[in-house]
Design a protein around this ligand. Sequence first.
Ligand SMILES: NC(=O)N[C@H]1NC(=O)NC1=O
Length: 174
Amino acid sequence: MDINAVNALSYEDFLEIFGNVVEKCPIIPAAVWIHRPFTSLADIEAHISDFIDSLPESGKEGILRCHPDLAGRELQSGALTRDSQEEQRAAGFTDLQPSEVSRMRSLNSEYKERFGFPFVICARLNTKRDIMRELLQCLGNDPAAERARAIGEVKKICALRMRNLQLSNSPNKL
Ligand SMILES: NC(=O)N[C@H]1NC(=O)NC1=O
């Protein structure tokens, strides 16, 4: 489906397709809808990025809080969004040893206690080893720098989800 087809979508269909490009934040594609007609998918992505950047710090933290923990309880109970489930599987989190699960749980809790939002990283671009190393390292970051790093990861996740929409053959996807 090309950009003309995207521009021809109803608002409801647009949201059905783009609603989770930022995890559990359909308000973001809903907000960029006003910028139609889009010139390309990269144009949509740029509007999403600008919208995120325009938010106050509390809004950016809100976006981060919509992300599930990596290797958390939702992964175990099968309660993740399909996107997140596939991303966490790609990084190797569906295949952890019990000791790795407890290590991730304890690092995630320590991180959340320190920053007030979950540790976010683009799982598709990292292995579980990279992620554990990065999580540990980020615990030492300054809160503002850490929020900025995490928002950068949200944008990477969004970019890959948008690319996935383009390639998917499923009937309600691009
Ligand atoms: N916490 C966190 O990073 N979650 C995520 N990362 C990713 O690539 N998909 C997610 O749901």
